[in-house]
Every structure is written in structure tokens, then in C-alpha cells.
Write a protein that binds this ligand. Structure first.
Ligand code: FPP
Length: 245
């Protein structure tokens, strides 16, 4: 980094935690072992991100498409996520982490929703890092729901067509309580968004690493932050220094 360049910490980091299955396959182990190690990596990174002063961390835990995986894997993942909440909620709460489910609640069973409601209720007033967990999440469904809500309001006369703008759409997304992500990290090497935060990522800096998620550690997180700090974010404009020429 140039001497006088300020080190810039992103306020909101989003992560696509990919590569659990490959991590297990490389070791001739069943995929669920990869998910269990993936959870250990997530715990590490939640703690570290909070220490580094990240205000919001959004992680892709389970997509609307993941229900199509073999039933055994789906059951394992859903149980893993819920057991974790039952066990870890106390510690996350002590660390001041606020947990928010970002995803489609309308298709979740009441048993599953109860776990999320409890986690959200207990941590609602916490002032530390916000941990958004994308569960039963799909970016297109999120946008479709937002459009439906807006049209319902327009038909009811509580808003007019002219009130519809980008801010209003953002307010109808599952992530309405959070700013857009500054940095999106994808592990496992694939270079795509996979239906994650489609609207919110319009100007997000993307960092892809071939490291598989279970191996992702504090050093890897720092590398992503270093890379972010060297980016020049222009939001479609020309660099400020060009304007003074
Ligand atoms: C993608 O790897 C990973 C997932 C579908 C699940 C991620 C979930 C966790 C890390 C556990 C989360 C736990 C909590 C409490 C939120 P993949 O299976 O697609 O890997 P592959 O691309 O190598 O097959």
C-alpha cells in the first residue's frame, strides 16, 4: 500500500462460503464433514470480523436452491444450523452480536422459524456486529417479494408510482436494516454471485479466493481486507483526481 494511503475497512462484508463438499471429497470423507468444518470456519470468522471492526457480516448459509440437494444433506445442514443456534446463542449474545435471518420466512416451518425468532429476539438490542444469516435465501425471490409489497402498497393508495425508487426497493428487501455490502468474498474459486444479494451488490467489490471455505482463516480474511483497501471505488463516476486536471 502507498505510504499515505489510508487503510480502509469495509463496513459490510458478505461471504459466499463455498467449497465444503470439495474439502471433504479431497479427504475421501462424506460431504457433511465438510459442512461441520465449514461451521468451525464460520465461528472463527464471526469472531475475527467483529474484532476487526466489521459492522455487518452477511453469510450465505442456505439458498432456496439448496433444498434440491439430497435429502440427507439438507437435513444435516438444517440441523447443523439450528443446533448451532441453540448452543451458541449465549456466546454470540455475550459478544454483543445481533443476529438477523435474511431469507424467505413464508416457506419455513414453524419449528424452524421458532429457532430464528428466538435468536433474533435475544440479540435484538445488541450493539456489536450484525450477523445476517442468509437462510432460505434467493436474490431473485427477494426482489420479487419486494415488488409485490410495493405494488400492494400502490394499489392500496399508500404510495404513488412516483414514490418508487431505488431506496424504496432497498427498504423492501430482507436486508433493509443493513447498508449494501462493500466487499463480497467468495471462497472455492467460482466466479459468480449464485443468486446472492443481487440488488445489494450493484457496487460491491468482489474478492474470489480458491481457498475452500473450511480452510478459510483469519489470514485469508486479512488478505481480502487488504485487497479491498487497495481498490478505488468509483460508483460509476470518474476518479476525484481526474476532475482536478
Ligand atoms: C457450500 O459448499 C456451502 C453450503 C451450501 C453451506 C454453508 C453452511 C455452513 C458453512 C454452515 C453454516 C452454519 C450456520 C450456523 C449458519 P458446497 O457444499 O456447495 O461445496 P462444494 O462447492 O465444494 O460442493
Amino acid at each position: 500500500m502507498a505510504k499515505n494511503q489510508q487503510y480502509c475497512i469495509p463496513s459490510h462484508v458478505a461471504i459466499i462460503m463455498d467449497g465444503n463438499g470439495r474439502w471433504a471429497q479431497k479427504r475421501a470423507m462424506p460431504r457433511f464433514v465438510g459442512h461441520r468444518q465449514g461451521l468451525a470456519a464460520l465461528k472463527r470468522i464471526v469472531r475475527y470480523a467483529s474484532e476487526r471492526g466489521i459492522e455487518t457480516l452477511t453469510v450465505y448459509a442456505f439458498s432456496t436452491e439448496n433444498w434440491q440437494r439430497p435429502q440427507e444433506e439438507v437435513n444435516y445442514l438444517v440441523n447443523l444450523i439450528h443446533e448451532t443456534f441453540s448452543k451458541e446463542i449465549g456466546e454470540l449474545h455475550r459478544e454483543g452480536v445481533r443476529i438477523v435471518l435474511v431469507g424467505d420466512r413464508s416457506t419455513l416451518s414453524s419449528d424452524i422459524l421458532r429457532v430464528w425468532d428466538r435468536a433474533e429476539r435475544i440479540t435484538a438490542e445488541n450493539q456489536g456486529m450484525t450477523l445476517n444469516i442468509a437462510f432460505n435465501y434467493g436474490g431473485r425471490t427477494e426482489i420479487v417479494n419486494a415488488v409485490k409489497n410495493i405494488v400492494t402498497k400502490a394499489l392500496a393508495g399508500s404510495i404513488s408510482i412516483d414514490d418508487i425508487n431505488a431506496e424504496l426497493i432497498s427498504e423492501e428487501l430482507y436486508t433493509s436494516h443493513s447498508p449494501d455490502p462493500d466487499l463480497l468474498i467468495r471462497t472455492g474459486g467460482e466466479q459468480r454471485l449464485s443468486n446472492f444479494l443481487l440488488w445489494q451488490s450493484a457496487y460491491t467489490e468482489i474478492y474470489v479466493t480458491t481457498t475452500l471455505w473450511p480452510d478459510f482463516d483469519e489470514k485469508d480474511f486479512d488478505k481480502a481486507l487488504d485487497s479491498y483497501s487497495q481498490r478505488e471505488r468509483r460508483f460509476g463516476k470518474v476518479p476525484a483526481k481526474e476532475l482536478t486536471k
